[in-house]
Write a protein of this length. Sequence first.
Length: 111
Amino acid sequence: MESVLKDVMGDESVAVDVQKKHISVTTIIIRILMYIAGACGVVGSWLLFMTIKGIVVAIPLFFLSIKILDLARVKYKLACPHCDTERAVKSNAEHYLCKQCRKITFVNWIK
Ligand SMILES: [Zn+2]
């Protein structure tokens, strides 16, 4: 545990500069539609769940909707500066933890 903390808190933390994507109006519209579809799916699955009979459909629909909502978010694929493992990072995240080497990388967003 101590060694993990040392890795995380130590001066091995690196900051990377990431250029922000230019997002077009079309992309924004698609993402809004994905959000609406995902939200409807969550509500729909909840209603189906209430009917008891609909549970079989409700559960996969719920996870599909969550997946759609997740895909609708702007993400960046960044390679870990320590071990080169690629990881999806949310837009505007200040830092991320690499699952592979357990090191924190700070992100400087460039507009
Ligand atoms: Zn790593």
